[in-house]
Ligand binder design. Structure first.
Ligand code: OFO
Length: 172
């Protein structure tokens, strides 16, 4: 049985994951509009991933006797200054999500809720992966640059990444 404190915190995390999925959807749409089809595919895939994260929280809450609430979501940004700033925003957002997951783990531990702590383990590992992915992309963009003539090369790098991650997802 979840304490009210944990239940509220987990429901808040549903909102964060939902917002993450909408943020990446907005980023995918911007990339599409800019003709960056590989960056768009990457972000559409992340949109799906975040939806899956949100559903993991929903299912967990309901399985352990709580009530998962579908939240109202604020609108994500619609415009980005450049492809570099878009990936930078995504990286900063993932750092924020990592802090949310860490706070949840801390709260679970304080409340002696080891079941929830165990559930959160998957997200702790996932956040390491997510931050690393975005950091690597930013490192590549730093090398390549993001002037109009560099966009083709950024697209090529993201295509390579998609070949690995999208085929990995389809195998799940
Ligand atoms: Fe990208 O993170 Fe969800 O949890």
């Amino acid at each position: 049985m979840l304490s009210d404190k944990i239940l509220n915190a987990l429901n808040k995390q549903i909102e964060e994951e939902f917002y993450s999925s909408n943020l990446y959807l907005a980023m995918a749409s911007w990339c599409d509009k800019e003709g960056l089809s590989n960056c768009a595919a990457f972000m559409y895939d992340h949109f799906e991933e975040e939806k899956m994260h949100m559903l993991k929280f929903m299912h967990y809450i309901n399985e352990v006797g709580g009530h998962a609430i579908v939240p109202m979501i604020k609108q994500p940004p619609t415009d980005f200054d450049s492809v570099r700033s878009l990936f930078k925003d995504a990286f900063v957002h993932e750092q924020f999500i990592t802090s949310c997951i860490s706070n949840l783990a801390k709260l679970s531990s304080q409340e002696n809720d080891f079941q929830t702590l165990n559930f959160l383990q998957w997200f702790i590992t996932e956040q390491i992966e997510e931050e690393t992915t975005f950091q690597k992309i930013l490192d590549k963009i730093k090398l390549i640059g993001d002037s109009p003539s560099s966009l083709y090369f950024i697209e090529q790098e993201i295509e390579k990444l998609n070949a690995v991650t999208l085929s990995g997802n389809s195998a799940e």
